[in-house]
Ligand binder design. Sequence first.
Ligand code: ZN
Ligand code: ZN
Length: 266
Amino acid sequence: MPNYPQRLVGWILDTIFPKICLGCGKFTRLNFASQNLGGFTDKKDFDYVCRKCFGEIDLKNTFECIGCKRQTQLGLTCTFCKKDNYIDQLLIAAELTDPLVEKILKAYKYKFICDMAMPLSMIAKKCVKRLLSKGFVLFESNPILVPVPLSGSRLNWRGFNQAQLLARSLSDGFLASCGEGVLARINCFRHQADIQAKEDRINNVKDNFAVKDSESIRGRTVILVDDICTTGATLNECARVLKNPPAGGGARRVIGFVIARGQFKR
Ligand SMILES: [Zn+2]
Ligand SMILES: [Zn+2]
């Protein structure tokens, strides 16, 4: 719980700039949940998403192969795509065609609204809970959650890495280990969202990631976390280095976990 001066400043700011739900446009109720990622209860609005609109977000019911996008059991990569894809399985929590999901992700990515971490991590947690309730064993093999890293310059400019916040909240929620320093960006490159063609996206991310801590991942299942996946080029390149870091050894399996898949409408 924030201290009294922080709460006062929060109250003053909320009075001057009241927060509005991205879904219905109504004012969201004052709450300080965003300052404590673990402290959310269903009874409160998020800062920019009211409880009612959040409840109406549909989780994705089917999963698809990262390569051909055909529906597969729990998003396992199909036999055909296995040879060019390093991701073994892709879990997508929600649909990007849900206007509210797209608005939350856009606000998170481009307007740098850190408060979006709360509704996004709740969507991720709901998705994992549903998988577990269906008997899918996600955490039994003692997996490690690894966020897709941002480049240093982007991280500093934005102040936070949305994938890192997501991985952290999933690790807190399900008591799984989190390897925040396992992967790093080693080159600057054009932002993937600015590139349309799949081939260009693959070349753009090639050799841009490095494993900094192969000890933590050797022989283990890695759950690679990002906010959004488009062609899957970034996830696949991360999975490639996670499995075969230059130092030798590597991850046994890599499961991609994203909030949604697709491209933002311009
Ligand atoms: Zn609303
Ligand atoms: Zn496939």
